[in-house]
Design a protein. Structure first.
Ligand SMILES: CCC/C=C/C=C/C(=O)SCCNC(=O)CCNC(=O)[C@H](O)C(C)(C)COP(=O)(O)OP(=O)(O)OC[C@H]1O[C@@H](n2cnc3c(N)ncnc32)[C@H](O)[C@@H]1OP(=O)(O)O
Length: 310
């Protein structure tokens, strides 16, 4: 009878939902990387799961000029890839990342062009906002991003992970807001996002002002990461399992959840609730709601329900 009530309640809304995302470019087939990126490897380890890997292990995944723009292309593609419902992000080789490529940053940052001071400043501002977009695209992408950190995660690495939705790490991981050591205030997200991630502004200031390393145990206790694994293999298996759980659920519900969590972080409760109501006045019309409710009544798990691509 309950099943009938839910069915009737939503039957009148059938067919009203249609995906808003546009054309899809499949990034890769299962397992093998077919992307044309030079600093990233993009693979599909399982249905609906995209794996993006920092892929300059010989340079400890230092973030070169190519990286800063490839990330934007990569995540803009993922955002509209209906085959992808969740992303796992990790680093190839010995460690997650050594941060900005210290050999490669000279032309963009140290020698900005311009005929006078104003034009130099103007150009440098443009460079900084371009670099900021490299990590903001992760947050703007509606697909949840699970980042898996092993070994050091330095400088730009912390900017990157704070833009991700779920952070995992290995026991040997450490995190360092290293920017003051190279003479700059971190300007691509750490100072803006880290205070929301770990709550304690005192700890954020300590880390950012002293550039001290924070090891995995402290990262877990302060909330920077939600899980610590004994080694990379266990972490990647854990990330894949978690991604599978997310991918099995309604993409309408999952993506709406990410978008509203990010919105609510930056707005008050009243604005957040208002945004949510406007969001769900469309999204509650999804067939996924009835399918999920029906499955719950029949004591089926989400993996037994087929949701349309989004
Ligand atoms: C608008 C800009 C916004 C962005 C700001 C971002 C700022 C930052 O990211 S600040 C942080 C900068 N990074 C560092 O200071 C870390 C430097 N690297 C290291 O301390 C060590 O390399 C590390 C502890 C990460 C690893 O040590 P390991 O012994 O395992 O490796 P190495 O022998 O040192 O390095 C192997 C090769 O990789 C090259 N390399 C490593 N890190 C960088 C880097 N950040 N930039 C450029 N190249 C890097 C290193 O030179 C070696 O190359 P090769 O000699 O050719 O083998």
């Amino acid at each position: 009878q309950m099943s009938f009530i839910i069915r009737s309640a939503f039957a009148k809304n059938r067919g009203l939902w249609s995906p808003v995302l546009g054309a899809v470019r499949t990034m890769s087939s299962a397992g093998d990387s077919t992307s044309s990126f030079t600093t990233l490897s993009v693979t599909r380890p399982a249905d609906s799961i995209t794996h993006v890997e920092l892929n300059r292990p010989e340079k400890r995944n230092a973030m070169s000029r190519a990286f800063w723009s490839e990330m934007v292309d990569c995540f803009n593609e993922i955002a509209v890839d209906a085959e992808c419902r969740v992303v796992i992000f990790s680093g190839a080789g010995k460690l997650f990342t050594s941060g900005i490529d210290l050999m490669d940053m000279a032309s963009d940052i140290l020698q900005p062009e311009g005929d006078d001071q104003a034009r130099v400043s103007w150009n440098l501002r443009r460079v900084i906002t371009k670099y900021q977009e490299t990590f903001s695209v992760i947050e703007k992408c509606p697909k949840p991003v699970i980042v898996a950190v092993h070994g050091p995660c330095i400088g730009g690495g912390v900017d990157l992970i704070t833009a991700c939705d779920i952070r995992l790490c290995t026991q040997d991981a450490w995190f360092q807001v290293k920017e003051v050591d190279i003479g700059l205030a971190a300007d691509v997200g750490t100072l803006q996002r880290l205070p929301n991630v770990i709550g304690s502004r005192s700890l954020v200031s300590e880390l950012a002002l002293t550039a001290r390393k924070m090891y995995s145990d402290e990262a877990k206790s302060c909330g920077l990461v939600s899980r610590v694994f004994p080694d990379k293999e266990a972490m990647m298996a854990g990330a894949l399992e978690m991604a599978g759980e997310i991918a099995a659920r309604s993409p309408v519900a999952v993506q709406g959840t990410k978008i509203n969590l990010v919105y609510s972080r930056d707005h008050g409760v009243t604005e957040g609730l208002n945004y949510m109501a406007t969001w769900n006045m469309s999204m509650l019309q999804t067939h996924d709601l009835m399918k999920s409710a029906q499955a719950a009544i029949e004591k089926k798990g989400p993996k037994e329900v087929i949701f349309s691509k989004l």
